[in-house]
Design a protein around this ligand. Sequence first.
Ligand code: NAD
Ligand code: UD1
Length: 319
Amino acid sequence: FIYWRLVLALYLVTGGAGFIGSHIVEELVRRGESVRILDNLSTGSKANLSSVMEKVDFHDGDICDPEMLREVFKGVDYVIHLAALSSVVRSIEDPVATTQVNMIGTVQVLLASREAHVKRVVMAATGAAYGDNPVLPRVETQMPDPLSPYALVKLAGEYYGKIFHRLFGLEFVALRFFNVFGPRQNPKSPYTGVMSKFITAYLSGKIPTIFGDGEQSRDFVYVANIVNGTLLACEKPGVAGKVINIGTGVGTTLNQTIKLLNHILGVEVKPQHGPPRLGDVQHSTADISLARAVLGYEPLISFEEGLRRTVAWLRSEMA
Ligand code: NAD
Ligand code: UD1
């Protein structure tokens, strides 16, 4: 038993104190894996890790700092790279900051991974990379068409990873997450995702605002499905160098999400409308055939069940 524990893998989760990262860390800890976290707490928080803090090795630091990375990456087997500024709007306001963290930071993570001889790097990429390509659902073979600095530099990070795979044999997988929602998506951040904003408005008696006519659609994916897909991408053989969509395969318009929330909460809220948001993608639904084929991925929690769980969490947070 002791020998078995000694050969267990060490996972490094960059951005592990964030929304998605904290769920991945919790699942790794639940499985008995060794977990190290690197996070500068710029958008994440230690509170997100309250259930696991004593069982993880937490490092407060910036992915753009190569000296520190060298130390933190020592002995690491798997890198789950999530640290980033995760907002389209923020990237339009400050493209330099987004490029610095999401692109240069990713290159630093790749360099440190190569030097530490890690077994594999799995990076959070984005479904926003497809932009407004008219073909739906989004298949990985489509030509990307980024519409915002965020989508562009995330795409650059993917290409960097693939180049490190080709040049140096570093195992690298990019997962294009679609619109992720769930508990711990920070309701207080102005840059938070739409589901977090809508549910917070409902629960505080405010009117949700739809930017545009509400006919834009997203593949809303509950965070537990993302955890599942990410850990499969660490484990499965033969996926290095690939870019893989992780979503549900179902698109839902914002108008439909309002109807669903009205149904779940037993109310008849009518949203207000504002001008369309700059840099917005109109439709975004994932084709998840590749994830099914090469990862054995299946979305296990439906949009409605995910919404119910998120409502319950936000209720308890606001109480
Ligand atoms: P988040 O903001 O909750 O998490 C990001 C984490 O990275 C935070 O804990 C933050 O403190 C940390 N971080 C930021 N800059 C850092 C730096 N320079 N050094 C170290 N740590 C840093 O966001 P999230 O929604 O959990 O996103 C996680 C990842 O998934 C991001 O890469 C994001 O681009 C990607 N992604 C998210 C979605 C989504 O819908 N939320 C969809 C596609 C991809
Ligand atoms: C989201 C993620 C991004 C990810 C991408 C993948 C966040 C903050 N952004 O981007 O990291 O890479 O999915 O597909 O998690 N909207 C409203 N009212 C609001 C807020 C938003 O109508 O109050 C609209 C937006 O204009 C947009 C849609 O809702 O049309 C979704 O917006 P949002 O959840 O902020 O993020 P995405 O741009 O889809």
